[in-house]
Write a protein that binds this ligand. Sequence first.
Ligand code: AFP
Length: 367
Amino acid sequence: MPLTLRSNRSTLTQFLIEERRRFPSASGDFNALILDVALACKGIAKAVAYGELAGVMGNHSAEEGGTVNVQGETQKTLDVLSNDVFMRRTEWSGNLAGMASEEMDDPYQIPKQFPRGNYLIVFDPLDGSSNIDVNVSVGSIFSILRAPQDVIDSGRDVVDTDFFQSGSQQVAAGYALYGPTTMMVLTVGGGVNGFTLDPNLGEFMLTHPKMHIPEDTHEFAINASNSRFWEAPVTRYVDECLAGKTGARGKDFNMRWIASMVAEAHRILMRGGVFLYPRDTKDASKPGRLRLLYEANPVGMIMEQAGGRASTGEMPMLDVLPTSLHQRIGFVFGSKNEVDRIERYHREPLKAEEKNPLFAERSLFRD
Ligand code: AFP
């Protein structure tokens, strides 16, 4: 058992206070908000860790209020519980003007009995939850935005458009990963830092200061079962990776797919790699699988702050102006040189054989 009490690592609280000293005019509201989020994540970590013992596995029952969220996805009991924990832990403090979540159709209004503050929070309370029953790592993702000035001045209820801010306007972003250890990875601008939850102290301790993503990699992650729906530049990129030493890239690649984006993001942050959930032709009503406001933007900010890149495939993710609360988008992120390459493939004119992936020179379907 590690002697954590004698460790000289910073706690998350200490880290935030030391960061704040660099901005003497800061009120402290922001730090308080991050600590509320951290507490929510500790609560969710506990619920996830108890699993079946706490009776929180499986689908959310219709008797308890429904089973399908606004995305048309079946809600797990833990999705609903995690959403509730996030709301209850952050709504009371007077730091938030409103919130939005993957699990709620509309923005959530801070109840009248609480003061309203200067920030908006957008979150995916339990990313990867469709795999929770198989005990795979899952996580919570959050993005913090400044509330529009008229919201702050008037104290009015928030509406969807208040959240339509590009990713570059995020004040902070982070995720908690509920894996073999519980971690919180956070950026408030100025880099990315990782904290591991010390189960003895119940505190997040700074264990991964100044995280940095290698610019090159030989690991890629994509759901290859969608390959027949990919656009040609994606097929080209993956085919080149698969060709390994014998192809254009001249080196072998390894593939990973956890189906829990937050866990993939963490792997990439730790050792590099590239993740693709590109726009595809699978469902015309869904231009991509992942959600802009509470998945792509916060993970995108973390990637960029750690020296990596985040893109739609065609343009920097953080430049996209949102048009709806639950907007889906193609998402490519990770090691800088790979994301640059994928963007370049989207810009380059296609050769005839690349226009139809079924007949690509090196397609997944080639004998
Ligand atoms: P859930 O939170 O509904 O499980 O969605 C997770 C996710 O959005 C993302 O974390 C994964 O990358 C992606 O779905 C995996 O989906 P498929 O492997 O089914 O394509």
